[in-house]
Design a protein around this ligand. Structure first.
Ligand SMILES: [Zn+2]
Length: 521
């Protein structure tokens, strides 16, 4: 007798093969039988009624740790309702371990206020041990954040590393991978990584290559210098042969959009020359980021305290304002998603805030950064819709959220709708607009990302694999979340199984936590 039998499904197994009619049997946490028709008793039987059965989706670019949701909301409601059964955290240079000093954790401060949090680990191995004492709705794998590593050694200082410090970094990275980290991420545009030299990155990438681990790079620029930034990443891949993934790939701002083709071409060329390079993308045209990221580099180098000192100096402040004026960013239409300190600006545009304050939009930007605390995030419509489509449907891309798992009830901040709708929106775009066959779209969410990061026995429906599964109606799958009203679950997904247990059943969250932390082996 099986523990679960799913009958009458249109099986899309994740490999890219066309759908076929099948029944699938599960015993415990594994898939044990796949056949045209299975007639053996099972503890529970689901008639899929011809709907699609696919492997659970794998989110390579997830931030549930930096928003502290791994501890505050392990049900990851917004991710389960999209069909995700495994997520990869520790992205964009920030992870929750190793914590070589108190400063190390400050790299997540831009996304989450850390006051009152309880941290009982230092090394990555202790962190993994702590995570393994928790259960989650889906499986959780983590990268090591480069900013986290580096800040643990140099703190807020802006300088290159001494020889011994680099050696120490290499040792800690190596130990972290041995303890189960799937690779390293880098957030080269953020304040503590801006000054990192390529040499330093090469040294660390070599360790990743040796250990067959992933290097996930948030580019140094996604705007005017995107071409150089992509070239820098590809250079690392070419000289170290590291397994490279460019995170949330896009070209921002209308005046840079013409660079898109050239940049995609560079990535394709590297791939065709045999380098292991891919990128992930989300199906939205607005970005979500810390407001301080629009300031000039010199103003943010050295962290928040240094930056605030610049604001107090009238000459420096005017220099910053002049820079913002010339930036070609539409500040007035930018939407404030959240601030750490209560300013009642949530959901307001910077244009509205500036008008109320009777100042320019650029002055309002500085006011919000200064008074909003360490976590001021905004939405900016800055991507070309056709380029977003090209990116998500590109043969070298995976679709990922670059978001986190959130419940339906958060009221004090807006999150990017990609946290609630990325996978269903992508599938809807693929099918409704005939942009891509279902099986190819599913591959981008399943075996593609699973193979990229080296998740074993996940991402494909085959005998012996873990029963991470999604049942959905291809005619109904869609996202509901919007920028002003992001807390809307997706529609069209009936069941999500993680390790053989339902996290979503008959379209409703079960509150079960069948997921656990995954370690690289
Ligand atoms: Zn990033």
């Amino acid at each position: 007798m099986y523990s679960l039998l799913i009958k009458n499904c249109q099986l899309v197994d994740g490999t890219g093969e066309p759908p076929r009619k099948a029944d699938v049997a599960i015993q415990g946490d594994k898939i044990v039988n796949i056949d045209q028709s299975i007639n053996i008793e099972a503890e529970s039987v689901i008639d899929a009624g011809g709907k699609v059965l696919a492997p659970g989706f794998v989110d390579l670019q997830n931030h549930s740790d930096s928003y502290w949701q791994v501890f505050d909301n392990p049900r990851f409601d917004s991710l389960i309702t999209q069909g995700f059964t495994s997520i990869v955290i520790g992205n964009c240079g920030a992870s929750l371990a190793p914590l070589l000093s108190h400063d190390a954790l400050l790299s997540v401060q831009k996304w989450h206020n850390l006051e009152g949090t309880n941290i009982n680990w230092q090394s990555f191995s202790e962190y993994i041990e702590e995570l393994s004492r928790h259960r989650f709705a889906c499986n959780v794998a983590s990268l090591v954040g480069y900013s986290t590593l580096r800040r643990g050694i140099v703190g807020d200082q802006v300088r290159s590393l001494e020889k011994e410090e680099l050696a120490a970094l290499k040792k800690f990275l190596s130990e972290s991978i041995d303890a189960g980290a799937f690779g390293m991420s880098s957030g080269l545009s953020y304040s503590h990584e801006i000054i990192i030299s390529e040499i330093e990155l090469y040294e660390l990438a070599k360790i990743l290559t040796q250990k067959k681990a992933l290097f996930s790079i948030h580019l140094r620029s996604e705007g005017s210098e995107v071409s150089e930034a992509v070239e820098e990443s590809l250079d690392i891949a070419r000289s170290t042969e590291v397994n490279l993934k460019i995170s949330h790939f896009k070209v921002r701002n209308e005046n840079n959009w013409q660079k898109f083709e050239e940049v995609i071409q560079k990535i394709e060329n590297a791939y065709h020359k045999g380098y292991n390079v891919h990128f992930d993308a989300y199906p939205y045209t607005a970005i979500w980021q810390p407001l301080y990221a629009y300031l000039p580099r010199w103003a943010i180098e050295g962290g928040r305290q240094v930056m605030l000192k610049h604001f107090e100096n009238p000459t420096q402040k005017n220099k910053i304002l002049a820079y913002l004026n010339n930036l070609n960013v539409k500040f007035p239409s930018m939407l404030v998603a959240s601030t750490a300190n209560k300013l009642n600006f949530m959901g307001k545009t910077i244009g509205q805030i500036a008008k109320n304050m009777e100042v320019s939009s650029e002055q309002a930007v500085l006011h919000i950064i200064q008074n909003g605390g360490s976590e001021v995030l905004v939405f900016e419509e800055s991507l070309n819709p056709d380029q977003v489509k090209q990116a998500i449907f590109h043969p070298l891309s995976f679709v990922a959220t670059d978001g986190g798992g959130f419940p339906e009830t958060v009221k004090d901040k807006l999150v990017h709708p990609r946290c609630f709708g990325s996978a269903p929106k992508f599938l809807h775009m693929a099918l409704a607009e005939n942009a891509m066959p279902l099986e190819k779209a599913i591959k981008k969410l399943t075996s593609g990302p699973a193979a990229k990061i080296g998740l074993k026995k996940r991402g494909e429906i085959k005998i012996g694999n873990f029963a991470d599964l999604v049942i959905f109606d291809p005619a109904k799958i869609s996202s509901q979340a919007s920028y002003q009203n992001p807390y809307q679950f997706s529609q069209g997904i009936d069941y999500v199984f993680v390790n053989g247990k339902p996290a979503l059943a008959e379209g409703k969250l079960t509150s079960q936590l069948p997921g656990y932390v995954l370690r690289k082996s």
